[in-house]
Design a protein around this ligand. Structure first.
Ligand SMILES: [Zn+2]
Length: 238
């Protein structure tokens, strides 16, 4: 395809996007305020039900409750869909969940996972604690949204991460923001497995205590995060 044609298509998509009316329906429920595009209302019904149901799970695990409503915005940013047409993106900062689903993605299970992951970030951002490292925040969001670790998942991530001799917590923080898809995928998987390992070893009450103590690992868990990560890798034969 010639570059002039690519630019022409990009301009057309940009123009369509600029004239769409993204948030025209607002639905209020007990804990959430949802914004939809008119014709997408039915499509997201199940995601809404699931978010409301899982709110209890996230609340129970992180120990947070609030009268304040969480805002959820579903939108289609067609302009960013060039090059990654089926990519679902989520943002969980600023007390809001924003889901960018270009082209009306039909990968429902994935959309649900991203929604729950962002819900954990929203709750985390509202907690009266100091910020933690990226690997912890992403690992926790993955662990809580995706449920307990399974043997199958552990086997998969061991396969993916094997041979990465730079596999340490610093590498995880860098890779979580990487533009290389494979590095990012491994980093999310390893962060989840490590946070899962910590939750299973110490229990969620101690993890909450750790968060309140500004992630003082030696003080709360008796060992540094790096030492625990080595222990985790050894257990997983990494
Ligand atoms: Zn995240």
């Amino acid at each position: 395809m010639k570059w002039k044609r690519i630019i022409f298509i990009a301009l057309c998509i940009g123009a369509i996007n600029a004239y769409s009316q993204p948030f025209s329906t607002v639905i209020e429920s007990k804990g959430f305020r949802y914004r939809f595009q008119d014709d997408e209302f039915e499509y997201y019904r199940e995601v809404r039900a699931l978010l409301e149901k899982s709110w209890k799970r996230v609340y129970k695990r992180l120990g947070y409750n609030s009268a304040e409503k969480i805002e959820v915005e579903f939108f289609m940013d067609l302009a960013s869909a060039i090059g990654a047409p089926m990519k679902i993106k989520g943002f969980g900062g600023n007390g809001k969940i924003q889901l960018n689903i270009p082209g009306g993605d039909d990968d429902f299970a994935y959309m649900v996972r991203v929604s729950l992951h962002e819900l954990v970030h929203v709750v985390y951002n509202k907690l009266p604690i100091l910020p933690a490292e990226k690997w912890f925040k992403e690992g926790l969001a993955e662990y809580i949204s995706d449920g307990p670790r399974s043997e199958l998942q552990i086997a998969k991530y061991i396969d993916m991460a094997r041979g990465k001799d730079t596999l340490d917590l610093r590498y995880l923080n860098i890779s979580l923001g990487s533009s290389v898809h494979e590095d990012k995928e491994i980093a999310y998987a390893v962060s989840k497995q490590f946070v899962g390992y910590l939750v299973e070893k110490f229990g969620m009450a101690k993890i909450r205590k750790l968060m309140q103590a500004d992630m003082n690992f030696p003080g709360v868990c008796g060992k540094s995060a790096a030492a625990l990560f080595d222990e985790f890798k050894e257990q997983a034969s990494l």
